[in-house]
Design a protein around this ligand. Structure first.
Ligand code: GLU
Length: 499
């Protein structure tokens, strides 16, 4: 019977950067919760004290806020600006480090009910056992040395201070579960033997604590990366003896490079914060992330009968369209060109004012640039701008001309003298042009007698270089319309002096 209310969770361990894979898992959880009118829980899995780090935890919160995937229930935190976000939800606390008493209670119960036992085997002993099994061609499996130690022996060895872990008595049977994306997945548990679930009563391992919390927090669907598939039957085995509810699982496909190789460090493994620094906007990034493994129903053109895939969606639309039926099993290819394309689509439709705000906020433009000039430049540049970071490269020359050599002013089919003469004559035309007619169209008209007479390249190449100081830049009419009459003429005069 389907659950009354969908409750999903994203359960990161703050042991490393928050990267694309984590963001994609969050997104699929979040979308599913929205689609089903459910609840999205954030749970911080910080039981591994040595590897967990508050800095990584802060990065998780900031990244989720940045991409707009906030949680319905979860931990509170203090933002970088000092503002506080309170813990929300009645199943908390939502940090595992604050829930140790709960795990301890269940570990004690499993020990008491004889479903688990203390194991004193040392790492050296276990390794020797493993090696000898491998040498004889058998799969490595714990032999169960400590499975039936008498209670007294256990107490004695503990009193002597021998270190021990807690192992779960794995049933020698097949365990299968139904995965929403993959169908039935089955594991033969007799192959692996008894598994360690805790290093001590206060040190549960991650998959044990994770399973206890999914029960306590009334989670209905576990949506996570496919690397967790092998953990699932172990979790199910423990959950069964504890009488816990059954869960629905959806294991998401791996993310691969364009050549299907393992993740590239530069992009996929990059922390989400890096994408912000690279000048991607969060709306575009989310749109890109959803397509890493999910594709909507193609749209069929009723006239031509041709099907095409829609690729641009808002979060709002996605939360209606998202469906596990259209999540693929095979690896999802990460293509940075596609991200650039999507980012450009978003930049094209963002208001200039909003782009200006983001450029300033992200430090993508030099300080002190006047707002109206910035807005005009954005209008000019945004059809070609793939990232906010590219703005400087594409438009920096509008705000100040870089140092350039006079030879750059001479078009390949022209001469130095011709270039100089053409620039002087352009300035004469501009002088006669009213400031209020400094629009690309009017300027083009005004200069057309000159370009017709002497050729486009001969006139417009030196003009464009004079205005931008660069070999490649926006067109001269566009640049002049942003710079205005005085500054345009000043740059041209300066250029003629170089010839
Ligand atoms: N803490 C686990 C991780 O970060 C979560 C696994 C899960 O979602 O169940 O990989």
């Amino acid at each position: 019977m389907p659950p009354k209310q969908v409750r999903v969770r994203f359960a990161p361990s703050p042991t490393g950067f928050f990267h694309v894979g984590s963001a994609r898992s969050t997104l699929f959880n979040w979308l599913y919760a929205k689609k089903e009118g459910g609840v999205f829980v954030l749970r911080i899995e910080d039981t591994d004290k040595e590897r967990s780090n508050p800095e990584f935890e802060r990065i998780i919160f900031e990244s989720l806020e940045w991409i707009g995937l906030t949680w319905d229930e979860g931990p509170g935190f203090t933002r970088a600006d000092g503002s506080e976000v309170r813990e929300k939800g009645s199943f908390g606390p939502y940090r595992q480090s604050e829930r140790k008493a709960i795990y301890k209670k269940y570990l004690e119960k499993l020990l008491y009910d004889n479903h688990a036992y203390w194991c004193f085997c040392t790492p050296e002993e276990l390794e020797a056992e493993r090696q000898s099994l491998l040498a004889s061609g058998s799969p490595p499996k714990y032999s169960g040395t400590c499975r039936s130690l008498p209670k007294e022996t256990v107490s004695e060895r503990q009193e002597r201070g021998e270190s021990a872990v807690i192992r779960f008595k794995m049933p020698e049977e097949k365990i299968s579960f139904s995965d929403i994306i993959r169908g039935t997945v089955e594991f033969d548990m007799s192959l692996g033997g008894d598994v360690v679930i805790a290093k001590g009563l206060d040190q549960p391992l991650f998959d044990f604590a994770n399973m206890i919390d999914d029960e306590m927090m009334e989670i209905t669907h576990v949506i996570r990366g496919e690397d967790h598939i092998p953990n699932t039957p172990k979790q199910i085995a423990v959950a069964r003896v504890l009488g816990f509810r059954k869960l629905y699982y959806a294991h998401l496909p791996l993310i691969l490079n364009s050549d299907r190789s393992k993740m590239s460090k530069r992009f996929q493994a990059a922390s989400l914060v890096e994408y912000q620094k690279m000048g991607y906007v969060p709306e575009a990034l989310v749109n890109f992330l959803v397509l890493l493994g999910w594709h909507p129903e193609p749209i069929v053109d009723t006239k031509t009968g041709k099907a095409h895939e829609r690729e641009i969606f808002s979060l709002e639309e996605l939360s209606k369209l998202f469906d596990f039926k259209r999540v693929q099993k095979g690896g999802a290819i990460f293509n940075i060109e596609k991200l650039n394309w999507i980012n450009n689509r978003y930049l094209r439709v963002l208001e200039n004012k909003e782009i200006a705000r983001r450029l300033r906020e992200g430090g993508f433009v030099k300080e002190g640039i006047e707002e109206s000039m910035l807005l005009k430049t954005i209008e000019l540049i945004k059809p070609r701008m793939r990232t906010l970071k590219e703005f400087e490269e594409l438009a920096g020359c509008i705000f100040s001309v870089p140092e350039y050599d006079g030879t750059l002013l001479v078009w390949k089919k022209s001469t130095k003298d011709e270039s100089k003469k053409n620039l002087i004559d352009v300035n004469a035309v501009l002088q006669a042009t009213g400031e209020n007619t400094f629009t690309p169209g009017e300027l083009k008209n005004a200069l057309s007698p000159l370009t017709t007479e002497r050729g486009n390249g001969d006139v417009l190449w030196p003009l464009r270089v004079a205005l931008s100081g660069k070999e490649f830049s926006p067109g001269p009419f566009e640049i002049m319309s942003v710079l205005g009459k005085n500054e345009s003429m000043r740059r041209i005069t300066e250029a003629t002096a170089k010839l």
